[in-house]
Design a protein around this ligand. Structure first.
Ligand SMILES: [Zn+2]
Length: 131
């Protein structure tokens, strides 16, 4: 590979790495808020009451009722939230959801950086003696 072409490839990698690294740093610092969270994603639940003459029997369900979608032992569970707890629990679970999403993004960025670094390694490495 010609040196100029190679350098251009490295420059492209450098740009990609810089922007990924910048995004990762921002994301990491977003997670350092230290505010309390609750294990579970915010959820709204609609229900039937069971009375035959109720509007819900025709599909107009009751709700929304605040709930959490909680992952327990690999299973998704719905936990209803008491009305009096709902503002605090909702806020804490929104923080949790954001934390989870940001953490996933950081993990994805880590993988992307790993791939680019491996590509740079391959592009710059030859065997000795040459085959
Ligand atoms: Zn009903």
């Amino acid at each position: 590979m010609a040196t100029s072409t190679k350098n251009r490839i490295i420059q492209d990698f450098e740009k990609q790495l810089s922007s990924l690294n910048e995004e990762r740093t921002k994301s990491i610092f977003q997670l350092l808020h230290g505010k309390p969270m609750i294990h579970g994603l915010p959820l709204e639940v609609f229900r039937k009451c069971g009375k035959n003459n109720c509007k819900c029997a025709q599909g107009q369900l009751h709700g929304p009722y605040p709930a959490l979608s909680v992952n327990k032992d690999g299973r998704q569970k719905t936990v209803m939230v008491r009305k009096k707890d709902s503002p605090t629990v909702l806020l804490k679970s929104i923080r949790y959801k954001h934390f989870q999403q940001t953490l996933s993004r950081i993990r994805k960025i880590n993988k992307e950086i790993d791939i680019i670094l491996s590509d740079i390694k391959s592009a710059s490495t030859t065997m000795y003696p040459k085959e």
